[in-house]
Design a protein around this ligand. Sequence first.
Ligand code: NAG
Ligand code: NAG
Ligand code: NAG
Ligand code: NAG
Ligand code: NAG
Length: 359
Amino acid sequence: MLKLLFLVFISWVQLVGADVPDCKSGIINFDPPLDRTTVTWYPRNFTNNAPLYPNNYNCTYQINVPQGWFAEIQLTVSSTTVQVIDQMGRIETTSNSNSECFYFIANGGKLKLSTGVTSANFGFSVVWKQYDNPNSVHKYHVSKSEAVPFSYFLYGNNPIIVEAETRVSATIVPQPSYKTQYLRGIIYLDGPNLTSPCLGTGLQLLNGNMQFVSKGNSLTVLILGNSGSYPLLLFNDFYNMQGIKRFEGIQCDSSCQELKIDASNGRSVFQVDNSKSQYVLKNMTGFGKLDVYAGNLTPEKRNLIASYDLTADNHLSLPQLFKGSFTTFVMESGNCTISQTYSAGYSHSVRFSTFSKAL
Ligand SMILES: *[C@@H]1O[C@H](CO)[C@@H](O)[C@H](O)[C@H]1NC(C)=O
Ligand SMILES: *[C@@H]1O[C@H](CO)[C@@H](O)[C@H](O)[C@H]1NC(C)=O
Ligand SMILES: *[C@@H]1O[C@H](CO)[C@@H](O)[C@H](O)[C@H]1NC(C)=O
Ligand SMILES: *[C@@H]1O[C@H](CO)[C@@H](O)[C@H](O)[C@H]1NC(C)=O
Ligand SMILES: *[C@@H]1O[C@H](CO)[C@@H](O)[C@H](O)[C@H]1NC(C)=O
């Protein structure tokens, strides 16, 4: 009986340990192979099931990336948490990912595995690639006087450079069904070329509810992943975007979810791309003052088209139709929930209030 148990134990140990190389020094380095078309698998080729690692197993996988190249990593992990640390030292943790893409530019990043109390499945592949089309960069300009942001619908993999009169502000608007992993492959660089320092990724911009602002008058964007997720990249002259604590954005075509604006920490902005439809603001509830701009925010309030005091009873003018391709909702304090819809989804018998000043 004991012997049988012992055999069962041995085969269990073999099963758990079979594919798992040791990590005695605590760190394993990965450099690009000479033939860069090769896919590097770790621990070795695996299909659906990443190998099982024992509990209390720690290892750091350092992926080195030369200048002008990037590493595309597909990570599979379950039953534990892996830290993905990018070239800037920013950490994203993931505990359940199935061939999910992560991107590192020079000088690389690392994956940190620490299984803790249970065993866990873990494995990844890496391909090193050169930037696509480094010499066919598309160039765009934004200025203080522009009434709408420059919006770039992501397609293709050409890098883009945006120049401003003062500094460039970048924000992002996801599509309802965007793919998180490809937002990691949108890399913002603080300067006029592909070796300028990194500001962060599209995913960091989205999750941080923030803007990236260039130090000088230009900003470069690398598009490394499959661009099939079509987020909208927005650029403004920073002159129009100062003092904003929180950003959110939405694109909608056939229907639109509720907007929640939270200005409890200061000026908060909701950027709405309505190029595909006309917007109807149905109702709003909250506390504070809500300003609506046709286009982008301007310090001179040139294109302010409506201002609602949410605590006063001014809801009689609803539903309200907003014309134009872009709308910005701004609150200085308080918060607000707005329900809105696409005009085609609204009965034609409803009479909308409109503004003569709409752009
Ligand atoms: C991994 O799989 C690829 C394609 O199936 C094969 O060419 C390669 O030799 C395999 N590598 C290892 C280490 O098994
Ligand atoms: C693994 O890392 C954890 C957290 O840093 C630590 O508590 C643990 O002792 C480490 N285990 C080993 C085997 O080094
Ligand atoms: C690239 O831009 C940086 C500033 O971000 C500058 O220092 C550097 O000289 C530029 N390199 C080239 C090749 O133009
Ligand atoms: C607007 O929302 C408030 C609070 O939820 C509700 O009482 C009111 O009936 C709504 N008005 C319309 C026109 O839907
Ligand atoms: C909105 O603001 C009010 C008043 O400051 C506060 O009581 C409420 O909790 C806020 N709601 C949200 C969702 O932040």
